[in-house]
Design a protein around this ligand. Structure first.
Ligand SMILES: Cc1cc2nc3c(=O)[nH]c(=O)nc-3n(C[C@H](O)[C@H](O)[C@H](O)COP(=O)(O)O)c2cc1C
Length: 405
């Protein structure tokens, strides 16, 4: 990762021209560093913000394997400006984390503006992403996340409040947005939202190739990513269904996007970032860790969570990752179950010691979807939300109580 002021690529990185995997050769004419305002990101890879996942511990684990930009979990702006203790804890970065990237969520331009001002004035982060992609009902029901770009006027007010706060502070911190295609196929918003964002001065736009109604079903549609990249002058980042490093190269090649955002593909697989770094450097190697190496990654992850939250809260937080790490390996149901209830590092060591660690990586899992597979559903929206796409008022009761979601 090259920080501000450094060259477009880290030392020794050439353009990714060609990579070979499992008999496939994918050509990528050239991959430049991803430019996000003053930041140069190499390889052009972003860890997707994932609530409950991309905390300081997970980001550090991923950084230990690769390079790129690693975004925090979503932080609710209302809770941030109120200095809610739980939220302030989520705004934790490792001493060596560069750049520090935070994702903010908000619906009220005034609150978003105050939160952005707080981040830049108190030097809490080096990059701010705004969440306009969350599809969960508790968020869209209030007009937030993926529901918001439909109200073009409100979107513009929020973005102007955010950029004004940055400009007023004379800060170089770049602002980006992350969004979906729209509410559903009849209410697509990505082109309008992208143009509004560019007009308001955002440094890059990330697009997940699904609508809110899609949730996580089916396959992400990459064609709109190509369309948006064609239309906008600012960098467009592609997101959706990058399960392997070669999917990232393929997305760059097929869409002309400036970088990729990787979410579920790295759940239980932090070494995916090593594969991505290799692929973008044109190197063929891909990691296929044995169960012994996976167990070491699990131990490291749990230890980092314990460092951050203490063992009593860190180990329960680690439990949700166990099934992702062990996916495809032969592990007895009782041992799996006990790992899923682990309560201390000593217990984890004991249980990991019982694994048959000689097993090679289950290659049948490669390229397969991981994490959330929630099917399509009707999007919960505030009353009358679709009546006027240019409405700019803040919906009543729009704010979420705390962070995450
Ligand atoms: C558990 C989980 C939590 C998520 N939380 C957020 C979030 O806080 N903010 C956000 O913009 N997207 C969030 N997302 C969406 C991801 O950032 C990403 O857009 C989505 O998973 C599609 O990318 P993928 O196919 O690489 O997973 C979340 C996804 C998952 C699976």
């Amino acid at each position: 990762m090259a920080g501000p002021g450094r060259g477009p690529r880290g030392p020794g990185h050439g353009p990714a021209r060609c990579c070979h995997t499992r008999g496939v050769v994918t050509e990528l004419a050239s991959a430049e560093a991803l430019r996000i305002g003053p930041l140069a990101v190499w390889p052009p890879v972003v860890l997707a913000p994932m609530a409950g996942i991309t905390n300081v511990a997970f980001r550090r684990l991923c950084r230990e394997h690769g390079a790129g930009l690693y975004v925090s979990e979503m932080i609710t702006t209302r809770a941030l400006v109120e200095r809610n203790a739980k939220t302030m804890k989520l705004v934790t970065f490792a001493a060596d984390e560069q750049p520090r990237s935070i994702q903010l969520y908000g619906v009220d331009p005034d609150v978003v503006g105050r939160a952005v001002a707080m981040v830049v004035e108190e030097n809490l982060a080096d990059h701010i992403d705004l969440n306009f992609g969350c599809p969960v009902p508790k968020v869209t029901r209030k007009g937030g996340g993926s529901a918001l770009p439909y109200r073009r006027g409100l979107l513009e007010r929020i973005l102007r409040a955010a950029t004004r706060a940055i400009d007023r502070a004379g800060s170089p911190v770049p602002l980006t947005i992350k969004m979906r295609l729209g509410i559903d196929r009849d209410h697509l918003t990505y082109l309008d939202a992208g143009r509004i964002a560019e007009d308001c001065g955002v440094a890059a736009v990330a697009l997940h190739g699904r609508t809110a109604a899609d949730m996580y079903s089916g396959e992400a549609d990459w064609a709109p990513i190509a369309e948006l990249a064609e239309v906008l002058s600012v960098p467009v980042l592609g997101n959706g269904d990058i399960w392997e490093a070669d999917d990232a190269i393929r997305m760059m090649r097929e869409t002309g996007c400036a970088g990729v955002v990787v979410g579920r593909g790295c759940l239980g697989r932090p070494w995916l970032f090593a594969d991505l770094a290799a692929a973008f450097a044109g190197r063929p190697e891909r990691r296929l860790p044995s169960l012994a190496e996976v167990a070491a990654a699990m131990r490291r992850h749990a230890e980092l969570l314990a460092d951050w939250l203490g063992e009593d809260r860190g180990l329960p937080d680690f439990r949700k990752h166990v099934a992702w790490y062990l996916k495809g390996f032969m592990v007895g149901s009782e041992l799996r179950q006990r790992l899923g209830l682990v309560g201390s590092l000593a217990e984890l060591d004991d249980l990991l010691g019982r694994l048959d660690t000689d097993q090679p990586f289950p290659i049948t899992e490669l390229g397969r979807p991981r994490g959330r597979g929630t099917g399509p559903r009707r999007v919960a929206l505030p009353e009358g939300w679709l009546d006027d796409p240019f409405e700019c008022a803040v919906p009543v009761g729009a704010e979420l109580a705390d962070s995450g979601g």
